[in-house]
Write a new protein. Structure first.
Ligand SMILES: Cc1ncc(COP(=O)(O)O)c(C=O)c1O
Length: 190
């Protein structure tokens, strides 16, 4: 028998409403609120980027690509990351694991978590963290473990190390950080 209450899975029900959405709802009732919530740039997309996008579409460059992303783009990303990070080649045992192009970060994170973490695994999340991280980890059945980074919000080895256990699979690390804006420094990470 069809039971409408069973449409939404327990997995989806386990994700509680994001705090940011609750703040949106509250702010909607304020008169002239200043919106500091979502990371919308306060400047327009540069004209050269708009033109490049339009040129690409006009030239028929608007179809499916190979799944992992256009090789030339992946190579440029690899070179850029290689310039910014030391000891990173994008290769493990001669196999190329380094760069995957996705449409947005959320999809990439979900794929990475689905591929690497599941029930019984722990995923380290420096706190404060982007609102979705905890829920992404819960969705794949893994356990989020929060690493306090107050008061300077740097993700340091000293802060991470006490939380590493035999079950730790991943560290969700992003720089600059959202929401703090802190940029990781080489010195702080040691
Ligand atoms: C730290 C962080 N992770 C993930 C996301 C999600 O990115 P996307 O909108 O590309 O899916 C954002 C978006 O602002 C973010 O700031």
């Amino acid at each position: 028998m069809f039971n409408p209450e069973r449409i939404i899975t327990d997995r989806a029900r386990a994700v509680n409403a994001s705090g940011i959405r609750r703040v949106f709802d509250l702010a909607a009732k304020l008169k002239d609120p200043i919106n500091l919530s979502i990371g919308q740039p306060d400047f327009d997309v540069p004209a050269s980027i708009k033109e490049a996008a339009i040129d690409a579409i006009r030239n028929g460059f608007n179809r499916y690509t190979v799944t992992q992303g256009i090789p030339e783009l992946r190579e440029k990303v690899r070179t850029q990351i290689g310039r910014e990070l030391t000891n990173w080649s994008g290769q493990t045992d001669g196999q190329d694991f380094g760069v995957l192009i996705t449409s947005g970060v959320s999809g990439g994170l979900l794929l990475a978590l689905l591929a690497c973490a599941g029930p019984g695994d722990e995923v380290l999340i420096p706190d404060p963290y982007f609102v979705m991280y905890k829920h992404l980890v819960t969705l794949v059945g893994a356990t989020p473990v929060f690493v306090d980074t107050y008061p300077d919000f740097q993700v340091t080895a000293q802060r991470i190390e006490p939380h590493v256990t035999g079950r730790t699979k991943m560290l969700l690390f992003n720089t600059p950080s959202n929401p703090t804006g802190v940029v990781a420094t080489d010195q702080a990470c040691r």
